[in-house]
Design a protein around this ligand. Structure first.
Ligand code: NDP
Ligand code: F7E
Length: 312
């Protein structure tokens, strides 16, 4: 049985990965919170990995947030994400882990990349400014895996997911991503009997949304490949405008008022649709539609409010 360390197992992605590992079976799952290991601390991380000696490591720990958090705390985003990537990749090598899967993000690609964005448009022109710090750290993590694979012959590789959503999301009013932010805002507006809800920006940017359970399935699919790409896009191959998304979230939540835009807030990158032909060629395809996924995410939000587990 392979021992798999899922770094960040309490997060939205990490908890989906733990569920997927348990459903598939055949893994001894190692999960350790910040109380056990601070992944920004090099000696702490090296000692933890040397003691536990996992066979496989999935790096789903990161400092994560939406457009506001990324542009407000760029120093935290670049430092913490560089430290986590460097400590886990080098610590895994020292501890003898034969396989590492690093999770990046679609924001690694240039702001004005061709759409849909193929893997090889990486580093061809400037990044979007609102998340440049985070993107640079994610590019460094991806490049570490690529170079460790080349120099050390280790099977270290990466997945670049598009915007994600699902159970266990962060519903913070300012620091969250757009889907959890809108679920909360429309829910609170419905409860308060409000007539209108404002969404950030112009409503015109386009985004692609992947359910976190689809991402978890893709990660375990990639871990089974004998010769995976150094990095591969993981998305659904389709996108919507933010206004279309807001209309869908309002319908899911049952909010019947009007939706207004707030152009004083940033739009971010105009479009970031991933080209997912490479992962499709390996035999993976997403299964959860946005409508179905949103219904489940709203249910999860209501349950987490009731149990007190919601990340507000
Ligand atoms: N959410 C999204 O839309 C997208 C996410 N991704 C990537 O997926 C991965 C997971 O994201 P997601 O699950 O959404 O994020 P979450 O914020 O939900 O989870 C991140 C996890 O990392 C842990 N963590 C952060 N810093 C440390 C540290 N110093 N030591 C130990 N643990 C730490 C957190 O621990 P604690 O619980 O203690 O805070 C948390 O459990 C990230 O790599 C992210 O870049 C990629 C594309 C889109
Ligand atoms: C996953 C990805 O996430 C971040 O990039 P982003 O795609 O810009 O993420 P976002 O979810 O915060 O916003 C998407 C769009 O939606 C609009 N929008 C409307 N109303 C709200 C709102 O209420 N909250 C938020 N957050 N956005 C809103 C918002 O103005 C923007 O146009 C990266 O920094 C980086 O972390 C990364 O990789």
């Amino acid at each position: 049985m392979k021992k798999i360390y899922i770094a960040g197992h309490r997060g939205m992605v990490g908890s989906a990965l733990v569920r997927e590992a348990e459903n598939r079976g055949g893994f001894e799952v190692l999960a350790a919170g910040r109380d056990r290991v601070d992944l920004c601390d090099q000696s702490d991380t090296f000692a933890f990995l040397a003691e536990e000696k996992p066979d496989i490591v999935i790096i789903a720990a990161a400092k994560v947030g939406g457009i506001h958090a990324n542009s407000t705390y760029p120093a935290d985003f670049i430092y913490e994400n560089l430290a986590i990537a460097a400590n886990l990749v080098e610590g895994s090598r020292q501890a003898g882990a034969g396989r590492v899967l690093f999770l990046g993000s679609s924001c690694i690609y240039p702001k004005m990349a061709p759409q849909p964005m193929p893997e090889d448009c990486l580093l061809t022109s400037p990044l979007e400014t609102t998340n440049e710090a985070y993107a640079i750290a994610k590019i460094a993590g991806l490049k570490m895996c690529q170079h460790y694979r080349a120099q050390h012959g280790l099977m270290y590789h990466s997945a670049m997911p598009t915007n994600l959503y699902g159970p266990g999301d962060n519903y913070h009013a300012e620091n969250s991503h757009v889907i959890p932010a809108l679920i909360r805002r429309f829910h609170e507006a419905k409860e308060a009997g409000a007539e209108s809800v404002a969404i950030w920006g112009t409503g015109t940017p386009r985004r692609e949304f992947l359910h976190v359970d689809d991402l978890a399935a893709a990660c375990f699919h990639l871990l089974k490949l004998e010769n995976p790409p150094d990095w591969v896009n993981v998305g659904v191959g389709d996108d919507v405008t933010i206004l279309q998304l807001a209309t869908l979230v309002a319908k899911t939540v049952g909010f019947e008022g009007t939706i207004e835009t707030d152009p004083s807030k940033p739009d971010g990158t105009p479009r970031k649709l991933l080209d997912i032909s490479r992962i499709r060629e390996t035999g993976w395809t997403p299964a959860i539609t946005l409508e179905t996924g949103l219904a489940g995410a709203y249910k999860d939000f209501l349950t987490s409010l009731e149990t007190g587990a919601a990340r507000l």
